[in-house]
Design a binder for this molecule. Structure first.
Ligand SMILES: Cc1cc2nc3c(=O)[nH]c(=O)nc-3n(C[C@H](O)[C@H](O)[C@H](O)COP(=O)(O)OP(=O)(O)OC[C@H]3O[C@@H](n4cnc5c(N)ncnc54)[C@H](O)[C@@H]3O)c2cc1C
Length: 348
């Protein structure tokens, strides 16, 4: 077991950024992980975690050791008449898992079909699409805690899930490596087609009671028509988060822009970032080879494989303009890989 030095990451990030890791290691078991953590401690290397690279911003040279979980497996750990508990390895491909679960007669993941990446990253930003967030289907997350040097299981409450957020994105959860996730899925067909685009799809198709397979197929079709494929046009899906505002801010904004799309979000309101970007005239606009996609204003594309500085420069132009025109600050969704410093005094 030895990490690979100067490991190219060009094909491991969907934004197509040229990048290389000082060291890289893909672990397939807890034993391998413990070995490689020992190596990092003895070589004084910080750790960073990478999944499928579909939601990250990579610097040209990433220092330290990048770890990727290749833990596989989909096991039924509990079963009742109406539900099944599946423990799934972090290294499984997310889309393949969603389709496998539907084939086996389990319901819940269909709206999350075709999201790129690995299962292990799904709780990090609490992935969501077409009216479903993964947190609604997670019972617990098994992690390796680099501060306590032990395995732990976080229940759903402890994961502190929120919109595109969880404990894993915050400083108190950064030292947690996701190993396995336990999902609770329904055995009975109880699909969620409350999202307007899905409702419309089934109305047009004249299907009153769609199955999980029907919903997955609809989601796949809608996504393929709407979103550029990263293999053809490098991107990370939504580049900006939908801004969340309170009632006062919303009513101020609606006075100026009565047609602005907004949705309730608990006690707050979500504003469609795509609408703001489109209204500000950014759809299809490019600077130095980086552009807002011509059909989907939330997606920043990088067809010329520009480096991170150019991409962030472009994003800050968009952010500055939206701030100026609407007084709203847009937050970037993908993140640079956080560096985890290891405590060298920890016993091994
Ligand atoms: C075309 C396209 C469409 C997309 N659509 C959606 C969508 O509809 N909804 C949505 O929510 N997202 C969407 N995304 C974003 C992305 O696919 C998801 O966030 C996905 O979960 C990222 O998975 P990944 O394996 O690629 O993770 P990475 O991008 O490799 O990593 C993401 C984050 O997770 C951390 N991480 C990864 N693995 C682990 C681990 N085992 N333990 C601890 N931390 C870890 C990384 O450090 C990083 O901070 C889309 C992206 C693309 C390119």
């Amino acid at each position: 077991m030895k990490p690979l030095a100067d490991f190219p990451l060009d094909s491991m990030n969907t934004l197509g950024v040229k990048s290389k890791a000082e060291y890289f290691y893909s672990f397939g078991s807890v034993e391998e992980l413990e070995h490689v953590i020992g190596w990092a401690r003895s070589h004084n290397q910080p750790l960073r975690l990478l999944g499928g690279g579909s939601n990250v911003l990579l610097e040209p040279d990433v220092s330290g050791l990048i770890l990727q979980s290749a833990i596989l497996g989909k096991h039924c750990v509990r079963d009742t008449e109406s539900q099944v508990w599946l423990k799934v390895g972090a290294g499984e491909n997310w889309h393949d898992f969603t389709q496998w679960s539907i084939q086996n007669g389990y319901c819940g993941l269909e709206n999350l079909s075709l999201i790129p990446g690995l299962v292990g990253a799904s709780p990090i930003q609490n992935i969501g699409a077409y009216g479903v967030e993964v947190s609604s289907l997670i019972e617990s997350v098994e992690v390796y805690d680099l501060e306590q040097n032990q395995l732990r299981t976080l229940n759903k409450m402890e994961c502190e899930f929120a919109y595109r957020d969880s404990i894993f994105k915050r400083s108190e959860g950064r030292a947690l490596i996701v190993l396995n996730i336990t999902f609770v899925l329904d055995k009975s067909p109880s699909v969620n087609i409350s999202y307007p685009v899905l409702q419309q799809h089934f109305e047009n198709a004249n299907i009153a009671k769609p199955s999980a397979r029907d919903v997955a197929n609809a989601v796949i079709e809608i996504r393929q028509n709407k979103l550029p494929s990263p293999s053809e046009t490098p991107n990370v899906g939504s580049f900006f988060k939908n801004p969340v505002v309170d009632e006062d801010q919303l009513s101020q904004l609606l006075k100026l822009h009565p047609e602005m799309p907004h949705y309730t979000h608990g006690a707050l309101y979500k504003i469609a970032a795509a609408w703001l970007i489109d209204q500000a005239g950014w759809k299809g606009k490019a600077i130095a080879g980086v552009a807002v996609h011509h059909q989907q204003a939330l997606v920043v594309v990088n067809p010329e494989h520009q480096n991170l500085d150019v991409i962030l420069g472009f994003a800050s132009e968009v952010q500055r303009d939206i701030q100026q025109k609407f007084g709203i600050s847009l937050e970037i969704e993908p993140q640079c890989l956080a560096s985890i410093e290891l405590d060298r005094s920890a016993a091994w």
